[in-house]
Ligand binder design. Structure first.
Ligand code: NAD
Length: 294
């Protein structure tokens, strides 16, 4: 069946994902609060919805790629939102990184109107969003997404079923706790290398083939090498995720010492003006705090 597809949130991730969905669905309609983000799609002849309500009335599946829980709640449950103007048998597929309890709350809210909301957060960054090789973490079962599988496969064939609503958001937060912590440790390791007169190229050659390596080091290597701190994945979003991790562990009574430490460093990075810069700019921050003496 050829579904009418809507996509809300055309940022660093949303834009390449929507472009991959466009290959699967000629009837794609998009929307973003920022007109500038829609412009690229207008150029490609894609319809921009007038507002969320219009998209809700006209689409069978609506994908969301929004900054965080606040925006998702507003778009899903707001008085001008998707559920108010939506209809039974519709799907809302939330690709945003949010907390599991908000995902469950959105699912219940939508279910009252016969709408299926599923959290399917993603991982892999902008290059893998463009390539269509992301990891998709489904907060549901294989059967629940059977009917819309071609649209998920347009974004990637790496699809993992967590089996329960909120499960996608839960494992995504675990992933981002690990990813942002590895980024911070990598920044401290590069600082050590700087102070010990080991050039970044040598550091990378040795570490990337040794046990100290991690995926974020290899993924961010070109940016680090060229000191390119344009996002990517921003410090603001990193901080949002770490705060969600800390709150989740607090709510569930799970011990977690590292997230708070790493969060404080990203908070300082935000205060120093790196909020809109890539997560890898944490390297610039630690270099500023402890410069190599000439
Ligand atoms: P982004 O800030 O680049 O994009 C968010 C988009 O949402 C923007 O275009 C913004 O204008 C739009 N927006 C904000 N509020 C809106 C509203 N109320 N209605 C409509 N549009 C609105 O962020 P991103 O990097 O594309 O990330 C999107 C989501 O994916 C986040 O939840 C993020 O944590 C997650 N994520 C990002 C990455 C990454 O590498 N950037 C990787 C995996 C997951």
């Amino acid at each position: 069946m050829d579904f009418k597809v809507g996509f809300i949130g055309l940022g660093n991730m949303g834009s390449p994902m929507a472009k991959n969905i466009l290959k699967e669905s000629a009837s794609l309609q998009v929307w973003d609060i920022s007109e500038k983000q829609c412009q690229d799609f207008v150029t490609e002849g894609v319809t921009v919805a007038r507002n969320v309500a219009e998209m809700a009335e006209q689409s069978d599946i609506i994908f969301l790629s929004l900054p965080g829980p606040k925006e998702v709640k507003e778009i899903v449950t707001g008085e001008n939102g998707l559920v108010t103007f939506g209809k039974p048998n519709q799907y809302i597929i939330d690709l945003s990184t949010i907390d599991p309890s908000t995902s469950k709350e959105m699912a219940l809210f939508a279910k009252n109107k016969g709408i299926t909301y599923i959290d399917i957060p993603i991982s892999g960054g902008v290059p893998r969003a463009a390539e269509g090789t992301l990891s998709l973490m489904v907060g549901g079962t294989e059967e629940e997404v059977e009917g819309i599988l071609p649209y998920l496969q347009a974004m990637s064939s790496n699809i993992y079923y967590i089996g329960q609503r909120g499960g996608g958001s839960a494992i995504k937060l675990i992933n981002n706790f690990m990813g942002s912590s590895q980024m911070f440790i990598t920044a401290e390791a590069i600082l050590m290398a700087d102070h010990l007169n080991i050039p970044f190229e040598t550091f990378y050659d040795v570490i990337s083939t040794s046990n100290g390596s991690n995926r974020i080091l290899t993924a961010k290597m070109p940016k680090i090498k060229n000191n390119d701190i344009e996002p990517g994945f921003t410090v603001d979003l990193t901080l949002k995720d770490l705060e969600l991790v800390i709150q989740l562990c607090k709510d569930k009574g799970i011990a977690n010492f590292s997230a708070t430490l790493v969060q404080q460093w990203f908070r300082i990075a935000q205060l120093r003006g790196y909020g809109k810069k890539d997560i890898s700019s944490i390297i610039n921050l630690v270099r500023e705090v402890e410069p190599v003496k000439k």
